[in-house]
Design a protein around this ligand. Structure first.
Ligand code: COA
Length: 510
C-alpha cells in the first residue's frame, strides 16, 4: 500500500480485520457510519457485523448520512442488527421491516441529525465507522465520495474505526471542505457566501488516540440506479426550463439562474440534464448529491461550480469521472451535510430547490414520504431543508402512478412533509402551476387544470367546487377528503373517481 494513503505514524499497530473491528461494536450501542446516497459508506465492518449477529444476536441504533449502497441496509436488517435507524434509507428490505414496525425509523431533515447528536438529544455516539481514502500525519480522516455526517460522527464518537479503501481515488484528497459549526449559543455565522466558498479543512480532524482500528478494504460504491429520461420526465424538464426562461425574461432571475439543488432520482436528474440545451450560462449547484447531470453540465461548460455532500454516479459516468478527477478539482467541493443543507446558507444563496413528490393535494401540500398516510417510502431526506429555505421551492412528479391507478394530485395529501407555505411551483408532464402569491381558492383550480392528469381532472374540479360551496379559507369535504386513498386501499385503484368525472356513488352526499 502506498505510504501516501496512511501517513499516521505507527498506524500498522491499529490494523485489524473487519471481523475483529466488528467485535468492538456491542449490543445496544449507538453507531454512526459514513455513507450518503450510495456513496462512501463503510463497506466491510457492517457486513462483518451482520455476519456476527447471525450467530450472536445483537442490535444497535444506526445513524448514517443518508442511504447506503452494497445492500448493507438489507443485510443488517436480515441479520436483525437494526433496532433503530436514522435519518434516511431507500432499501426495500429495510423499508418492509420499518413498515412492519420491527425497525424504529427516525425520518429526519438531513441537516439536523448531527445538531441533535451534538446537543446530546440522541444519546452518546459509542463508535463511528468511517470510510477514508487517506489518513493524514496527525490522524486526520480524508473521506471518500461522501462527507455526509462522517465528520461529526468521527469527532463526537468515543472510538473510531477507519475503513481505508485502497481502491478509492487518491485524487479525492483536497476535494472536501470540513467545517463544524460552533456550539450554541456562541455560534458565529457560517461563512459560506457562494457555492465555491471553502471555509474548512480538507480532512476530518480527530484525536488519533480515538482510532480503535484501521481496516483495509477495496470495495466499490454501488452505481447510481438513475434511469434515462422518458417522455414524461422530459416534458417535466421542458416545462421547468420554459419557466426559468420566463423568470429570466421578467428579470426575476439572471441568466445564470441561482444555485441549483436537485433531489435524488431519475426525474430530478432529467431536469438537470435538460439544462444542457437551455440558454443559461455560468450555472452553479448548491446541493446534496452530485449526479451524472452535474458532470454533464460541468463538461459542457454550462456549469462553473458544484457544491455537494456526495457524488453518486452511474457506472458509465463514474468510469469517466473517477479516472479524471483532477480535471474537476477546482470546480467541486464536498461538505458535511449540515452545511450542504444548511437552512441559513440555503436562504442566503437563494437556492432553486427541485425535489420530487409522491403526491400533492389541490392546495399545494406535498407528501414525499408516505404511501396512503401510513407506509414509509424512503424519508424526507434533504427535501425539507431546501424546500423551506430556498428562493424557489419546486416539486415535480408524474401526474399518475401505477399505470393510472393512482393520481398524484389528490383532494387531501394523506401525509404532509412540505406544507402549502413551503411550496412555490408544481410541475407534472401536463404543465406547471406557479402558486406564488395565490390564496388556496386560487391555487386549486390552477393546480388541477395545469398539473392533474385528464383522467382525474374532472373529479378534482368537482371535489373543489362542492368543497367551495361549503365555505372556508381552504375548502374541504372532510368526510370525502381521504376517500381516494380509501379506494386505493380497498380496490387497489383510485379509478372509481376517474370514470365518474365526479364523486362515485359510494360517497354519500352530505
Ligand atoms: N402513491 C403510491 N406510490 C407512488 C405514488 C403515490 N402517490 N407516486 C409514486 N409512487 C411509486 C411509484 O409507482 C414508484 O413505485 P415502484 O418503485 O414500485 O415503481 C415509486 O413510488 C417511486 O416513484 P417514481 O415515480 O419512480 O419517482 P422517484 O424514484 O423519483 O421517487 C420519491 C420519488 C418521492 C419516492 C423520492 O424522490 C423520494 O424519496 N423523495 C424524498 C426524499 C427527497 O426528496 N430527497 C431529496 C433531497 S436529496
Amino acid at each position: 500500500m502506498s505510504e501516501q494513503r496512511c501517513r499516521l505514524p505507527g498506524w500498522r499497530n491499529k490494523l485489524m480485520s473487519a471481523a475483529q473491528a466488528a467485535e468492538l461494536i456491542d449490543d445496544g450501542m449507538i453507531v454512526g457510519m459514513s455513507g450518503f446516497t450510495r456513496a462512501g459508506e463503510a463497506k466491510a465492518v457492517p457486513l462483518a457485523l451482520a455476519e456476527r449477529a447471525r450467530s450472536t444476536p445483537l442490535s444497535i441504533t444506526l445513524m448514517t448520512g443518508a442511504s447506503l449502497g452494497n445492500d448493507i441496509d438489507a443485510k443488517l436488517t436480515e441479520a436483525g442488527v437494526l433496532a433503530r435507524r436514522m435519518p434516511f434509507q431507500v432499501d426495500t428490505t429495510l423499508r418492509r421491516a420499518i413498515n412492519r414496525g420491527e425497525v424504529m425509523f427516525i425520518d429526519q431533515h438531513l441537516s439536523e441529525t448531527v445538531e441533535l447528536l451534538r446537543n446530546k438529544q440522541l444519546g452518546n455516539l459509542d463508535i463511528a465507522v468511517i470510510e477514508a481514502c487517506a489518513i493524514t500525519e496527525e490522524g486526520g480522516i480524508v473521506p471518500t465520495a461522501s462527507v455526509g455526517n462522517s465528520a461529526s460522527f468521527a469527532i463526537l464518537a468515543e472510538r473510531v474505526i477507519i475503513e481505508l479503501n485502497l481502491n478509492s481515488p487518491t485524487a479525492l484528497e483536497g476535494l472536501h471542505d470540513i467545517y463544524i459549526p460552533q456550539m450554541r449559543p456562541k455560534r458565529t455565522p457560517i461563512p459560506i457566501t457562494a457555492p465555491n466558498s471553502r471555509i474548512g479543512l480538507p480532512y476530518i480532524p480527530i484525536d488519533p488516540a480515538k482510532i480503535a482500528a484501521i481496516v483495509l478494504t477495496d470495495g466499490h460504491d454501488s452505481p447510481s440506479n438513475c434511469k434515462p429520461a422518458d417522455p414524461d420526465t422530459q416534458r417535466i424538464a421542458d416545462h421547468l426550463i420554459e419557466f426559468f426562461v420566463s423568470e429570466v425574461a421578467q428579470g426575476r432571475l439572471s441568466n445564470s439562474l441561482l444555485p441549483l439543488q436537485a433531489g435524488i432520482g431519475t426525474m430530478a436528474n432529467a431536469v438537470m440534464e435538460g439544462l444542457l440545451s437551455a440558454p443559461f450560462e455560468g450555472l452553479t449547484m448548491y446541493s446534496e448529491v452530485l449526479q451524472d447531470s452535474t458532470f454533464a453540465l460541468l463538461d459542457s461548460g454550462k456549469m462553473s461550480f458544484a457544491s455537494g455532500s456526495s457524488i453518486t454516479l452511474t457506472e458509465e459516468c463514474g468510469a469517466r469521472v473517477w479516472a479524471n478527477l483532477d480535471a474537476y478539482r477546482d470546480r467541486l467541493v464536498l461538505r458535511p451535510q449540515e452545511l450542504s443543507n444548511h437552512p441559513g446558507v440555503v436562504r442566503r444563496l437563494g437556492v432553486i430547490a427541485v425535489n420530487t413528490a409522491l403526491e400533492i393535494d389541490i392546495y399545494g401540500n406535498v407528501n414525499s414520504t408516505h404511501v396512503c398516510a401510513t407506509r414509509m417510502m424512503n424519508g424526507i431526506g434533504g427535501s425539507g431543508d431546501f424546500a423551506r429555505n430556498g428562493q424557489l421551492s419546486i416539486f415535480i412528479t408524474k401526474a399518475l402512478a401505477k399505470n393510472g391507478d393512482i393520481s398524484s394530485l389528490v383532494p387531501f395529501a394523506s401525509h404532509v412533509d412540505h406544507c402549502e407555505h413551503d411550496v412555490d411551483i408544481i410541475v407534472t408532464e401536463h404543465g406547471l402551476a406557479d402558486l406564488r402569491g395565490l390564496a388556496p381558492r386560487e391555487r386549486a383550480p390552477l393546480l388541477i387544470e395545469n398539473c392533474a392528469d385528464p383522467l382525474y381532472r374532472d373529479a378534482l374540479h368537482d371535489y373543489f367546487e362542492r368543497a367551495c360551496a361549503r365555505g372556508g379559507q381552504t375548502p374541504h369535504c372532510l368526510e370525502e377528503a381521504l376517500a381516494w386513498h380509501q379506494a386505493l386501499e380497498r380496490d387497489g385503484s383510485m379509478r372509481a373517481f376517474s370514470s365518474a368525472g365526479r364523486k362515485p356513488d359510494f360517497i354519500d352526499e352530505k
